[in-house]
Design a protein around this ligand. Structure first.
Ligand code: WT7
Length: 648
C-alpha cells in the first residue's frame, strides 16, 4: 500500500530537517524526566513541582506533583499585562459577515468580569458548570473564567438536543449553565435557550442560567434563575486566579464510546496545559505574527485544545468562526482565509471533501497565498482529498500536518512535527509519533505485528496530556483503556506501520463511528432510536460515505402496535429534537426480525455484512438463519424501491 505512495519532500527554510526530530524524540523516550521538566517551562507556575510523574496509582498517572498554576493566567493574564496586550487574541467572524476583534487585554477584562459574576452566584473551586454556547467570544471567555476560579466546566456542543444536554449535565452535576438566546447556522437561527428550557425539566442540579444576548430572538427568562450575561458582567472587577494543583480537574468533555452513555473524560491543569502548548509548537511551529485558524467547534476536544488553550498560552491570534463553511456561498472558507490572510488552516477531511465537491473554481477565485501550513484532524484522510488540499489550497508548497489524536489524549499524538523536523510526507499517513508518544501495533496473538501488518494501536508510555480519569467511570477507565495489555493505553484504532516507521490510521476497531469526523457510538444511536418509544429492536452500523467518511445506517423492528407509514419520519424527528441532527441515521430500514446471538444481542456485524453484500462470517451463534434471510429480503426490497424512485 505504501510503496505506491509518492513521498513529498519538505526541505523549506522552515523545516530544520528530520535529524533533529530523532534526537528530540529519543530524548523524550529515554530521559522523560528531563524532557518533561524542560517542556513544562512553556507555562508559568506559582510553585514548582516536587517530581515529574507519579505512577503509584497506575493506570492513573499524575504529572508535575504539587506544582501550582492557573491556566487562565497562562492563557490571558501574562499576555494582557505584557507586550501582547494590544494583540488580537481572537478575530471573530460569522456567516452573516459580523466581525469582532478581541485583544488580549479585552479578553482579560471579559474573563475577569464573568469570573466575578460566577463567584457572586456562589460558584467555587471544584463546582461544575456547563457551557452550551454557539461559536462566539463568550464561549472561550466562559471556559477561561471557570478555569480562573477553579470551576470544572463541561462544554456541550451547540448542535446537541435537550436529551443530550440533560444526560451530560446530570452526569456531572453542574450548578450553573451558560447559554445564549440562539446561534446562527446556514442562515438559520438555532434556538439554544429554548432547548435549554426543555432540558432543565429533567435536570435538578442547575440553580442558575446565564444567557448571552446574541441573536436577539424572543426567549423566556425565568425570574430568579435566568440572568442576562450583559447585566451581570461589569467591567472593572478583577478576580485573583485560583492557585490550582497540577492534577486538579480543568474540564470534563463527554465523548462517545462503546457503551450507550457518553463518557465524561476529565482533563487536569498541569499536564494538559503542558501538552497542548508543546504539541501545537511541535506540530505546526506557529509564528508570533501568524493568524491561526482551527476551524473546528469548541464543543469538541479540537476546539478546547487548539482554539482555546494552546493558541492562547502561546499568545497567538486565532480566527474564531460561527457558521457553516459553505454558507452563504461555497467559497465562504476561502473568502475568510483571503480576507484575514490566514497563515495556518487546520480543518477536517470531511470539510475538505465537501468543499472539494463544489469545484476548483472556488479556491482559485481567491488569493490563498497567505497560507504557509495546512492541517487536518478527526478521521483518516484519503489520498485524493490530501492531494487536492495540498495542490489547490496550499499551492503545492504548504506541508500538510495530519494530526492523529483523541479526546482522551488531550492533544496531538502522531503527527508531522514541523517545529522539530519532518521527513517526506505521504498522503494519508500521520507519519511519526510526537515526542513522548510510544506507539505499538498489536496483532490478534497479543504480540507486536510486523511491518505493513494491520493491528490494534496502543501507546506504551503515559504522556502528560492523557486524561486524568472518567467522571463516575473508574471501572471504564481501567477496563476500556488499560485492560488489554499490561499498562499499555488502548486507542481503539486499527493502524499499520510501514517500512519507514510511518503510521497509517485505519479507523476504529470498536463500536464507534466517525461521521463527518464526529465520534458517535452505534449503541448510543440504538438507544436514541429505542427511546422514541415505538421501536422494539434496533441495529446500527456505519457505511462508507464519500464525503462524511461514514454514514449511519439502522435497521429497526417496530413495536407491533406502532406500525404506521409515518413511523420512520417520527423516529427521525424524535432523534433530531432530543439528541441532535448528528445522531439521526441516514438510513432507517424497517424489518420484521434482526439477527441476534442466543443471548439476545443484536449482531451489527452481520447486518452490516449482509447489507454491504459481504459474506456474513460466522453465523453459528445466531438464533435462526431465517433472520439473516429476512434481512437479505428486506434489503432486496429496499434496493428495488430505490431503483423505482430513482427511475421515476
Ligand atoms: C478518533 C478520536 C482528535 C480530535 C478530533 C477527534 C480518529 C482522529 C485522526 C487522524 C485518522 C483520526 C481516530 C480516533 N482520528 N484524528 N488524523 N487520522 N483518524 O477526537 O472525537 O475523540 O475521536 O478520531 O479514530 O480514535 P475524537
Amino acid at each position: 500500500m505504501t510503496d505506491k505512495m509518492n513521498p513529498l519532500p519538505f526541505n523549506t527554510s522552515m523545516n530544520p530537517g528530520i535529524g533533529r526530530y530523532h534526537s528530540v524524540y529519543n530524548e523524550s523516550i529515554e530521559n522523560p524526566e528531563k524532557f518533561y521538566d524542560s517542556a513544562a517551562w512553556i507555562l508559568d507556575w506559582y510553585s514548582r513541582w516536587d517530581s515529574i510523574l507519579d505512577k503509584r496509582d497506575e493506570p492513573y498517572y499524575r504529572w508535575y506533583i504539587n506544582g501550582k498554576l492557573n491556566l487562565c493566567y497562562n492563557a490571558v493574564d501574562r499576555h494582557a499585562n505584557g507586550g501582547r496586550r494590544n494583540k488580537a487574541a481572537y478575530i471573530w467572524v460569522n456567516e452573516n459577515g459580523a466581525e469582532k476583534i478581541v485583544t488580549y487585554r479585552g479578553l482579560y477584562k471579559r474573563v475577569n468580569a464573568l469570573a466575578r459574576a460566577m463567584l457572586e452566584m456562589g460558584i467555587r473551586k471544584g463546582d461544575r458548570i456547563a457551557i452550551y454556547l454557539p461559536m462566539i467570544i463568550e464561549e472561550p471567555v466562559a471556559m477561561l473564567a471557570a478555569a480562573r476560579i477553579g470551576a470544572v466546566f463541561t462544554v456541550i456542543f451547540s448542535g446537541f438536543g435537550k436529551e443530550a444536554i440533560a444526560e451530560r449535565v446530570n452526569d456531572c452535576g453542574a450548578k450553573l449553565l451558560i447559554t445564549a438566546d440562539g446561534g446562527y447556522r446556514r442562515g438559520k437561527v438555532i434556538p439554544l435557550k429554548e432547548t435549554v428550557d426543555m432540558a432543565l425539566e429533567t435536570i435538578s442540579t442547575v440553580e442558575s442560567v446565564i444567557v448571552v444576548k446574541h441573536t436577539g430572538q424572543n426567549i423566556n427568562m425565568v425570574e430568579g434563575r435566568d440572568y442576562w450575561y450583559h447585566e451581570i458582567t461589569n467591567d472593572g472587577h478583577e478576580v485573583e486566579p485560583e492557585r490550582m494543583d497540577s492534577n486538579d480537574p480543568l474540564f470534563i468533555l463527554y465523548t462517545s464510546g462503546t457503551t450507550g452513555k457518553p463518557k465524561g473524560i476529565i482533563h487536569g491543569n498541569g499536564g494538559y496545559g503542558v501538552w497542548v502548548a508543546n504539541t501545537l509548537r511541535w506540530a505546526f511551529n506557529p509564528l508570533e505574527t501568524d493568524r491561526w485558524w482551527c476551524a473546528a467547534d469548541i464543543g469538541w476536544i479540537t476546539g478546547h485544545s487548539y482554539i482555546v488553550f494552546a493558541p492562547l498560552i502561546l499568545g497567538l491570534t486565532s480566527v474564531l468562526y460561527e457558521g457553516s463553511f459553505d454558507y452563504p456561498s461555497p467559497d465562504q472558507m476561502w473568502k475568510i482565509i483571503s480576507y484575514y490572510e490566514v497563515d495556518i488552516l487546520y480543518t477536517s477531511p470531511t470539510a475538505i471533501r465537501a468543499l472539494m465537491k463544489y469545484g476548483d473554481e472556488h479556491p482559485i477565485a481567491h488569493n490563498l497565498s497567505s497560507l504557509r501550513v495546512l492541517g487536518t484532524v478527526g478521521e483518516p484522510i484519503n489520498p485524493a482529498a490530501w492531494q487536492w488540499y495540498y495542490e489547490k489550497i496550499g499551492n503545492s508548497r504548504c506541508p500538510i500536518i495530519d494530526t492523529y489524536w483523541q479526546t482522551e489524549t488531550g492533544g496531538f499524538a502522531i503527527s508531522p512535527a514541523l517545529g522539530i523536523g519532518i521527513g517526506p510526507l505521504k498522503p494519508g499517513s500521520a507519519t511519526l509519533p510526537l515526542p513522548g508518544i510510544d506507539p505499538v501495533i498489536i496483532g490478534q496473538d497479543g504480540k507486536e505485528v510486523g511491518e505493513g501488518e494491520k493491528g490494534l494501536l496502543f501507546f506504551r508510555k503515559p504522556w502528560p496530556g492523557l486524561m486524568i480519569g472518567i467522571n463516575k467511570g473508574d471501572e471504564k477507565y481501567r477496563s476500556l483503556y488499560f485492560g488489554k495489555i499490561g499498562s499499555y493505553y488502548f486507542t481503539g484504532d486499527y493502524a499499520i506501520k510501514d517500512k519507514d516507521g510511518y503510521f497509517w490510521l485505519l479507523g476504529r476497531a470498536d463500536e464507534v463511528l466517525k461521521v463527518s469526523g464526529h465520534r458517535i457510538g452505534t449503541i448510543e444511536v440504538e438507544d436514541a432510536i429505542l427511546s422514541s418509544g415505538i421501536v422494539a429492536e434496533a441495529g446500527v452500523f456505519g457505511k462508507p460515505h464519500p464525503v462524511k467518511g461514514e454514514s449511519i445506517v439502522s435497521f429497526i423492528v417496530l413495536k407491533q402496535e406502532s406500525a404506521s407509514d409515518s413511523a420512520v419520519d417520527s423516529i427521525r424527528k424524535f432523534i433530531r429534537d432530543s439528541y441532535g441532527p448528528l445522531f439521526v441515521p441516514d438510513e432507517i430500514h424497517q424489518v420484521n426480525l434482526l439477527p441476534k446471538t442466543r443471548s439476545g444481542k443484536i449482531m451489527r456485524r452481520i447486518i452490516k455484512a449482509v447489507y454491504l453484500g459481504q459474506i456474513p462470517g460466522d453465523v453459528t451463534t445466531l438464533e435462526t438463519e431465517a433472520s439473516v434471510d429476512e434481512i437479505r429480503d428486506a434489503i432486496d426490497r429496499f434496493r428495488k424501491e430505490i431503483i423505482r424512485t430513482a427511475g421515476s
